[in-house]
Each structure stands twice: as C-alpha cells, then as structure tokens.
Design a protein around this ligand. Structure first.
Ligand code: MG
Ligand code: MG
Length: 266
C-alpha cells in the first residue's frame, strides 16, 4: 500500500530529514582516526534526543528470526561492511571509509539518510567508488519525476555504476517513507527503464545506492545485522529521502551541511 503525502506531511518529513542531516554534520566533526563508531553513536543519540526526536534505528526489529533488535542509533558500516553495521569500540583507522546511516522520528514522521565518510587519507581507488556512488544517487533523483517509473530510478544507478566496473547490491533496496521508516514501494538500485510502479506527486521515497568496489555478492556476519561483501572489498552507501511533488523531485535531506565540515575530499 503506497501512501501519497500531502504538502503538510511533506513539510513534516522535511523537518525529520533535516534533523538527520544535522546529526550527520555533527558526526562529520568527529570522524577521524582513533575515534570509535560507538563514540559516534553516543553523540548521535544525544543530538537526536536533544532535538526532541527519537532515533528510529534503536530497537528496530530484525528481519531474521531469533535475531536481536538493532542495538544502536546509527548504522556504522566500515570498509567491506555494506550496510547495517553495529557500532563498536574499535577505533577507526587512517584510510578507512565509514557509511553512517541515521534515522529519526520527529512529530510522527521519519527521516532517513546516509553518508559515507573518509577517515584520514583514503586511496584514489576508494575515492572513485565514493564519487560514483554519490553521483549515481543524484542521477537517480534526477529521474524521479511524476510519470516516470521505479525501474527508471534503479536503471539510473545501475547504468552509472556498472560501466565503471562497480557492483550494485541487489538484496537491499530503497523504500517509501512517511510515518513508517519503511513503506511501499521498494526502490531497487537496478532495473529496466519504463517498468515498475509509476511515480506520482506525493510519493516520498528514500533512494540509497549500495555500491561495491568488487563483486556485488554479500554475506551476513554472525551478529545477524552487518552486511559485508563476500570478497571483502570496500562498499559505499549514500542515501537521500525525497518527495515527488509540484512536478519535481524535492530532496528533503541535505549533504550541504555535512560537506561544509567534511570538505570535498573526493
Ligand atoms: Mg538509511
Ligand atoms: Mg533507508
């Protein structure tokens, strides 16, 4: 069931998403060698609660039977971890990349956005992966216009990344978003143009390419959450929440305040 949002609801979604972006900008100040992802998580949870919101990831039910709910406010996915990494006490090292995915619930509406940060000096090869992943996200957003289809979004990501030699993860996808963090429709990062559900004014979705330096095959760590590449090569993940309305794609989250701090490192 797809819920199309009113203009009022879109403005509430924007507030929840701008809080996610502000949280990620706060995290950007602290991502450096020697800092642990648990320290980042503690900062994020405090920041979110100080702004009157709830971190939606904390306690999020697992999709696997008998697995524990997600224990933290951020997903921190380092290097070969693609998504859903659990924060740990392990310090980040120079040359690592870390995808930080953050979700908020503010005034009944959800924010969801992710950014992959460089820790210290990262190799040119990995910077290329980050650049391609982020570029594919914006190419996907450009196609998300009323009348186009879900398959056009996936095709935009896939047709940008695969010719560059990168892998597109198939098992995890973007999603509708609103009062629930995950609503219909699913938004895959692959697809054929002109196929799938038609995009309409009022549709709000999170688009989140998960792109690998090597093979797109993935596995799950014994913690039942952390998704890793089977070949242990790095993966990148960027996510924006957008609203399709007034005939265009309106990006409700923003990377601008993150990149003011992060600088354009790639
Ligand atoms: Mg997310
Ligand atoms: Mg998401």
């Amino acid at each position: 069931m797809i819920y199309l949002k009113t203009e009022e609801e879109i403005e509430l979604l924007r507030k929840a998403n701008l809080l996610v972006s502000a949280t990620l900008a706060e995290i950007a100040k602290h991502v450096k060698p020697g800092v642990s992802t648990r320290q980042l998580d503690t900062l994020a949870e405090q920041f979110i609660r100080d702004h009157g919101a709830i971190p939606t990831f904390k306690g999020f039910p697992a999709s696997f039977k008998d697995a524990d709910p997600f224990p933290a406010s951020l997903c921190t996915s380092v290097n070969e971890c693609v998504v859903h990494g659990i924060p740990t006490d392990e310090p980040l090292r120079d040359g690592d990349i870390v995808s930080v995915d953050c979700g908020t619930l503010l005034n009944g509406f959800c924010g969801d956005s992710a950014y992959t940060f460089c820790v210290g000096e990262v190799s040119e090869e990995v910077k290329g992966l980050l650049r391609a992943t982020k570029d594919s996200l914006y190419k996907a957003i450009e196609t998300a216009l009323p009348g186009r289809r879900i398959g056009d979004i996936g095709y935009a990501v896939q047709s940008h990344c695969e010719p560059l030699g990168y892998g597109v993860v198939r098992e995890f996808v973007g999603h509708g978003i609103g009062r629930e963090m995950h609503e219909d429709p699913a938004v895959p990062n692959y697809g054929r143009p002109g196929t799938g559900k038609q995009l309409k004014n009022g549709l709000c979705i999170a688009i989140e390419p998960m792109i690998t330096l090597g093979s797109p095959e993935i596995g799950l760590l014994p913690d039942q959450w952390s998704v890793i590449t089977r070949d242990r090569k790095p993966a990148a993940h960027f996510e924006h929440t957008i609203a399709i309305h007034n005939g265009k794609a309106d990006i409700l989250s923003t990377f601008d305040i993150i990149e003011e701090i992060e600088g354009h490192l790639y």
